[in-house]
Design a protein around this ligand. Structure first.
Ligand SMILES: [Zn+2]
Length: 195
């Protein structure tokens, strides 16, 4: 079993978690930036994390794994592979999260929902709605990273929710940013290639 610290270290090593002094699109400053595809671009690490996620739900008799486009597709595939189940994904059609491509959830199917990083939980809530509307039975929600500070709720009991990593991402107003006050230059985000 991987500890949260081991998961965090893998994300740091692959630069999925970047540390420095970042200007966010919101205008806020942060000592941390999360770029999930920096880890998901490595199939072997995605597999490692998804096997770990799968183990957390091994005894739940999962019959179907589902995740939201885009990262959720990779996760559902790898978790489904580890559990020996079908794996499908939701996507938005005219802004509404839905099942396309002939994907079906039969009523009573035991469904595990997976997602990479949860900030507000909005996408997961939409997948929950899709599964509930199909009559599927949600047996769990598996997350790589929950950065909501425990605030995200999806209409699923919290004892069914598992995150490999709970991550606090501090943000500061520019005029109250301790990194600015320390004179730390802004971090340039370029792409480095990690093996
Ligand atoms: Zn700053």
């Amino acid at each position: 079993m991987m500890t949260e610290q081991e998961v965090k270290q893998l994300l740091i090593d692959t630069e999925a978690i970047l540390e420095g002094h970042f200007l966010l699109t919101s205008g806020l400053h942060s000592p941390m930036y999360v770029e999930k595809f920096n880890v998901l671009q490595h199939p072997k690490y995605t597999e490692t994390l998804c096997k770990e996620l799968a183990e957390r739900f091994r005894d739940q008799q999962v019959e179907l794994v589902i995740g939201p486009m885009t990262g959720g597709i990779l996760l559902a595939h790898e978790v489904g592979k580890a559990l020996g189940t079908r794996a499908i994904f939701t996507e938005r059609e005219k802004g509404v999260m839905t099942l396309r491509r002939g994907f079906k959830i039969e009523p009573g199917t035991r469904v595990l929902i997976v997602e990479d990083i949860v900030t507000t939980g909005g996408s997961v809530q939409e997948v929950v709605n899709v599964v509930n509307n199909s009559g599927g039975e949600i047996v769990g929600v598996g997350l790589l990273v929950n950065r909501s500070g425990g605030k995200a709720e999806f209409g699923v009991p919290m004892d069914k929710v598992q995150a490999l990593l709970n991550l606090e991402v501090p943000t500061y107003q520019p005029d109250a940013c301790p990194l600015c006050q320390a004179g730390t230059p802004m971090t340039e985000r370029g792409s480095k290639h990690i093996k």
